[in-house]
Design a protein around this ligand. Structure first.
Ligand code: FE2
Length: 445
């Protein structure tokens, strides 16, 4: 038997053709245009210093920290939480957060936030059918909308007071947060960039976020969102979770690797503002209401920090997808990027899913999503491309929702073609497309 002919192996130059926007042959763990350095790993304790030697050795709270800094602690979990769920960060900063000029209470704003999704709230109602949103409208040129003013809630479940629930928000902005930082005391923000590049400054350092990337800002961390150079408008989605935290899903029989790999989660390095003595407003979102704290110094004055309450980012194009290679349709849970547990031990509060470009290879199989009625409410967002063969109105920047047990599927000619004519050869699907999804039990609208 003769050997097969030798084909010339051509190195991949365009990483988008292999579903991956990061140059895997480079040492840089991000896309080329990302200006920042990061520390890799999920759930680790990290440490970072602007000035080497700032972190105290062998203790957390020295009598006199170096350079006249103040030690400030932040606990995210209960003090006595078991180790796997124990989260805290020590900060060594120029001025403590407690040095402020008072709480200024509620202030006028243009946001439209809802956080109580219980039946007693007359402002929310359960949507008992499918819903679809056209791309959410961007701010008018004559208005100035930053992230604080640009947040709009679509739906959710529970209430942050109960420490259980979620809110789905969208944001449309055309302005930087100017001397204004946001601190969500209700829960963790999972921010999905859809349009425009974002420059996000947090107490622990800076994150660059572009369409197809996500970041998580833990509860209690102060941050400011600005438009990256050359970008004048931005849109994205936020999933906020209460009483839970985002975790990597267990992999079961997949073993130790695959889906979102821990080393692809990137954390900022310490960064200190150049101008420290300016007036700032710290906006606390407390039980869905904005309250401002005024202070005469920057909240971004950490010279060093260590801990595991740290914002992080992840490039969804790095997702290592798994799927059926013989017959049938693997459940979409195989596309879970991050999951948040609920008090029900067998049902997550929310799963954040990826639907992106991949090979489709199953034989003797109807390969499109089959008709279904799921217990979870499904929210889909098109980040780019027009995906999943949904309606013509399912466009980037919009969204769709199917509440629990809403029957749905595809009634297009494509469905009939797939059933009768599709020849089950390997093919690439969802090329140049990216869709994210949040699945959760019992969301209201
Ligand atoms: Fe569905």
């Amino acid at each position: 038997m003769s050997a097969p002919p030798i084909k010339e192996r051509k190195p991949v130059k365009d990483m988008q053709k292999v579903f991956h926007y990061t140059d895997t042959m480079s040492r840089k763990p991000t896309r080329d245009n990302d200006p920042y350095e990061y520390m890799a790993g999920f759930g680790n304790r990290h440490q970072s210093e602007v000035i080497p030697g700032t972190l105290p050795a062998g203790q957390n709270n020295p009598q006199e920290p170096r350079f006249g800094l103040y030690t400030e602690g932040l606990t995210y979990s209960a003090f006595v939480a078991p180790r796997y769920a124990n989260f805290s960060t020590y900060m060594y900063r120029v001025r403590p957060a407690a040095a402020h000029n008072g709480y200024k209470g509620e202030f006028p704003n243009k946001a439209n936030i809802e956080n109580c999704f219980l039946t007693l709230n007359p402002k929310v109602a359960t949507l008992a059918e499918q819903g679809e949103w056209l791309p959410f409208p961007l701010p008018e040129e004559n208005e100035r909308i930053d992230l604080v003013d640009g947040l709009h809630t679509l739906g959710g479940s529970g209430d942050p007071n109960l420490r259980e629930g979620i809110a789905l928000d969208v944001f449309m902005i055309n302005a930087d947060m100017d001397h204004r930082a946001l601190c969500n005391t209700d829960g963790d923000f999972l921010i999905v960039a859809q349009l425009g590049n974002l420059d996000i400054q947090t107490e622990m350092g800076k994150l660059f976020l572009q369409p197809g990337e996500i970041c998580v800002i833990p509860r209690g961390i102060r941050f400011a969102v600005r438009l990256a150079a050359g970008h004048h408008v931005a849109r994205g989605y936020i999933t906020e979770i209460w009483g839970s935290r985002w975790e990597l899903p267990d992999l079961g029989p997949l073993g130790g690797h695959g889906l979102a790999n821990p080393r692809d989660f990137l954390h900022p390095v310490a960064f200190i503002d150049e101008e420290l003595h300016e007036d700032w407003s710290i906006v606390h979102k407390i039980n869905g209401v904005y309250n401002a704290i005024q202070q005469d110094h920057s909240p971004f004055d950490l010279v060093a920090w260590h801990g595991n309450v740290v914002p992080y980012k992840y490039d969804l194009t790095k997702f290592s997808s798994q799927n059926a290679t013989s017959v049938d349709h693997t459940d979409p849970s195989v596309n879970c990027v991050l999951t948040a547990a609920s008090r029900d031990p067998v049902t997550p509060l929310a799963d954040f899913l990826w639907f992106g470009p991949r090979w489709d290879v199953a034989s003797n199989t109807f390969r499109l999503p089959y008709f279904h009625r799921n217990s979870a409410t499904e929210f889909l967002a098109s980040l780019y491309g027009n995906g999943l063969g949904r309606s013509d109105d399912f466009l980037p920047g919009g969204g769709s929702v199917e509440t629990s047990f809403t029957p749905h599927g595809n009634f297009s000619q494509e469905y009939v073609w797939e059933m009768r004519n599709q020849v089950n050869e390997p093919r690439k699907i969802l090329e140049s497309m990216l869709i994210s999804s949040v699945c959760s039990i019992g969301m209201n609208d």
